[in-house]
Structures are given as structure tokens and as C-alpha cells.
Design a binder for this molecule. Structure first.
Ligand code: BTN
Length: 219
């Protein structure tokens, strides 16, 4: 079941508060205190998709949610949508969306934020419209977003069933860091692979390192 809210502080926070069953979801038209990764905020004006889904936790969940959002959005976009480990959705023109997975006890939530229309909310961001895409017009925002929200959930349901090696074979096709020189806080190297626990393997001057979290950019 998908619940629709005109405005909420954060769909992730609200979903935790409601203790909904697995695969229920909240979609908001705007968020007033959207949460981003690493304690950042997520600008969430009208014109985006802000959605949280109750899921079973697993170490690959952020990657699975990113690929689900990518696959559901791609048919609406003329530019190719790629992924940047661990869970950014990127177009040539910038960051199109991000994923924030949070856990509270038994409950895991996959939060998905996509910039669809209007001004890019921050520098370095883009929108589906700016990338030459759009969703079919509809009388109101819920009717417009419903097919995309449903497609993301359906794709995520497929992806969580895949064993890690099979899932990673799909994920790898879209991961833009692999084979590229990358830099992170405290190091640089070449991104080699994503492991079955979701870590990024990088080759450095001193050998191999596994990155488990953090910000990695193309060097
Ligand atoms: C990132 O920093 O790249 C992740 C952003 C995740 C934003 C989404 S919007 C829906 C859900 N609710 C939140 O408060 N955050 C996530």
C-alpha cells in the first residue's frame, strides 16, 4: 500500500513512526526536513519524488534501492542514468537522485529522493526535465507519480530476491566508478569491484583497500 502526503518533515522518519508492514510506502509531495546521507539535509521542494519503503535489511540494500530507482526512471529519460557507489543516481548533467537506507531495530527503510522537475535543488544536482526527460502529464501530482513509485517498488521486490552475485552482475553494468581513478577522504586509487557485502574494492599504490562507506569521487 502506498500512502500519499502533501507535506512531511521526512518520509523516512514518518515511516519509522508509523511502524508500517513490509513493502508499504510513503510518498510526499515535499519534505520540510528531508534527510541525506552522512547527516546532510536533502532539499525536497515540490517537483521531486520523495519516497520511503519498508524493506528487509540486507547489506546490499542501498545498492539494490539505487538500481531499482535507476531502472524505473530510465524509460522516462533520454540521457543514460548511471549509478555512483554507493547510491547516487547520475546523469551527464549532474546528480539526479540519492538513496538513504536507515534501520531502527527490526525495521529497515529505503528512502529514495529523485529530482524530477523545477530548478535543481542544489549546485551539482540535475533534474529529470533538465536531462531531457519527463513523466506523462496528469491531473494531479499523485496520479503523475504513482506509476513511477509503483515501478520502483516492483523492481526493488525483484532485486531483493536475487542472490548477491546475481544482483551485482546487474548493478555493475550501471556503476560508473568501476575501472576509474577515484579519490576519497584519506586516499586515492582505482575502483575495481563491488563485493558481496556492498563494499567498494580499490587498488591503491600500497595494495587493495575495501571502502565500506563514505564519499568517493572520480579523481
Ligand atoms: C543522499 O544524500 O544522496 C540521499 C538522499 C535521500 C533522500 C530521500 S527523500 C525520501 C527519503 N526521506 C528522507 O528524509 N530522505 C530520503
Amino acid at each position: 500500500m502506498i500512502y500519499w502526503l502533501e507535506s512531511v518533515d521526512s518520509t523516512n522518519r514518518c515511516l519509522f513512526a508509523r511502524r508500517l508492514p513490509r513493502w508499504d510506502a510513503l510518498v510526499a509531495r515535499e519534505q520540510t526536513e528531508g534527510r541525506g546521507r552522512r547527516g546532510r539535509s536533502w532539499e525536497s521542494p515540490v517537483g521531486g519524488l520523495y519516497m520511503s519503503v519498508v524493506v528487509e535489511n540486507d547489506s546490499l540494500l542501498p545498492l539494490r534501492a539505487g538500481l531499482a530507482a535507476r531502472d524505473a526512471l530510465q524509460p522516462h529519460c533520454s540521457e543514460r542514468i548511471g549509478l555512483k557507489w554507493p547510491n547516487d543516481l547520475l546523469c551527464v548533467s549532474g546528480k539526479l537522485g540519492g538513496i538513504l537506507c536507515e534501520i531502527d531495530g527490526e525495521l529497515a527503510v529505503a528512502g529514495i529522493g529523485l529530482n524530477l522537475a523545477g530548478e535543481p535543488p542544489i549546485e551539482g544536482a540535475t533534474t529529470l526535465e533538465a536531462a531531457g526527460g519527463s513523466l506523462p502529464p496528469a491531473a494531479d501530482w499523485q496520479v503523475r507519480l504513482e506509476p513511477l513509485a509503483t515501478a520502483i517498488i516492483a523492481r526493488l521486490r525483484e532485486l531483493v530476491r536475487l542472490p548477491a552475485p546475481e544482483f551485482l552482475a546487474h548493478y555493475r553494468v550501471h556503476e560508473q566508478l568501476l575501472g576509474q581513478p577515484v579519490a576519497w577522504e584519506g586516499g586515492c586509487g582505482t575502483a575495481l569491484a563491488v563485493g558481496i557485502d556492498g563494499a567498494l574494492e580499490v587498488r591503491t599504490a600500497d595494495g587493495t583497500e575495501w571502502l565500506h562507506a563514505g564519499e568517493v569521487s572520480l579523481a
